[in-house]
Write a protein that binds this ligand. Structure first.
Ligand code: AP5
Length: 222
C-alpha cells in the first residue's frame, strides 16, 4: 500500500501513522518530523526551516521535495508499503512526487483525505503534547498520559510544539486552505482520493482506513 495522508493541521495524520506503522508494516515518512529533527540538530536545513515553521508558513517546495527525493532515491531501507504524512502540501509538490515515484516505479495507491472541522482542529492542536524522547503523541484531554508531563512508554518529558499557539495555528489554517486544499482536487482527478471523517475518535478513523487498505489489497490481487 503506497499512501499519502492529507488533511489540515490537527486532523490526526501523525496519530494515525503511529497507530498503523506496526500493524501495517509500513514505512512512515513525515516531513514535519524530519524538519523538526533537523531543527533540533541545528543543521543548515533546520535553521532555514525554522524561519518558516515557527511562523506557520510552508518551507519552500525545493527544500522539502529534495528531502523526499533523497529518501526515495538514496537506497535507504524502505518497506514495500509507505505512508507519506505532511507531503505533498502544494500542487507543485504533488506533481514532483508523481515524478519521483514514477522514477522509482512506486506509484501511489491511495490519497487519504482526513476531513475535519475547525473547532475540533483547534481543540486538538492547543491540547497536543509530544514526547521529547520518542515522539509519541498525547492530548491533555483526548489522550492524557498516566502521569502529567511524562511519556507512558519511555518516561520522556512531554512538550508543547512552538507552532501550537493560537496565532500560529491561525496562519497554518490559512496556509492550508490556500496552498494545500487544491491538492484534494488533484488526487480526485487521479481517482485515488478517499475521504474519511477525521472528527471521529482515532480508533474509528483507524478502522475506516484498515477497511480501505483491505479493499485496496483485494482489488490489486484480482
Ligand atoms: P507538520 O508536522 O506536518 O504539521 P501539520 O500538518 O500542521 O500537522 P500536525 O502535525 O499539526 O497535525 P496532525 O494531523 O499530524 O495531528 P496529530 O496526529 O498530531 O508540519 C509542521 C510544519 O512543517 C508546517 O507548518 C510547515 O512549516 C513545515 N512542513 C512540513 N511539511 C512540509 C511540506 N511538505 N512543505 C512545506 N513545509 C512543510 O493530532 C493532533 C492532536 O490531536 C494530538 O494531540 C492527538 O492526540 C489528537 N488527536 C489526533 N487524532 C484524534 C482523534 N481522532 N480523536 C481525538 N484526538 C485526536
Amino acid at each position: 500500500m503506497k499512501l499519502v495522508l492529507l488533511g489540515p493541521p490537527g486532523a490526526g495524520k501523525g496519530t494515525l501513522a503511529q497507530l498503523l506503522k506496526d500493524s501495517l508494516d509500513i514505512t512512515h515518512i513525515s516531513t514535519g518530523d524530519i524538519l523538526r529533527e533537523e531543527m533540533k540538530e541545528g543543521t543548515e536545513l533546520g535553521q532555514e526551516a525554522k524561519k518558516y515553521i515557527d511562523n506557520g508558513e510552508l518551507v519552500p517546495d525545493e527544500l522539502v521535495t529534495k528531502l523526499i527525493e533523497n529518501r526515495f532515491k538514496s537506497g535507504q531501507e524502505m518497506k514495500p508499503s509507505f505512508m507519506l504524512d505532511g507531503f505533498p502540501r502544494t500542487k507543485q509538490q504533488a506533481i514532483d512526487l508523481d515524478r519521483i515515484l514514477a522514477d522509482v516505479n512506486k506509484p501511489l495507491d491511495v490519497a487519504l483525505y482526513m476531513k475535519s472541522t475547525l473547532p475540533v482542529l483547534i481543540q486538538r492542536l492547543t491540547g497536543r503534547r509530544v514526547c521529547k524522547n520518542c515522539g509519541l503523541l498525547y492530548h491533555i484531554v483526548n489522550k492524557p498520559p498516566k502521569k502529567e508531563g511524562v511519556c507512558d512508554v519511555c518516561q520522556g518529558e512531554l512538550y508543547q510544539r512552538a507552532d501550537d499557539n493560537k496565532d500560529t495555528i491561525e496562519t497554518r489554517m490559512d496556509v492550508y486552505m490556500k496552498s494545500t486544499m487544491p491538492i484534494i482536487e488533484y488526487y480526485k482527478n487521479q481517482r485515488i482520493l478517499i475521504e474519511v471523517d477525521a472528527d471521529k475518535d482515532s480508533d474509528t478513523v483507524q478502522e475506516i482506513l484498515m477497511k480501505t487498505v483491505n479493499e485496496n489489497t483485494k482489488r490489486h490481487n484480482h
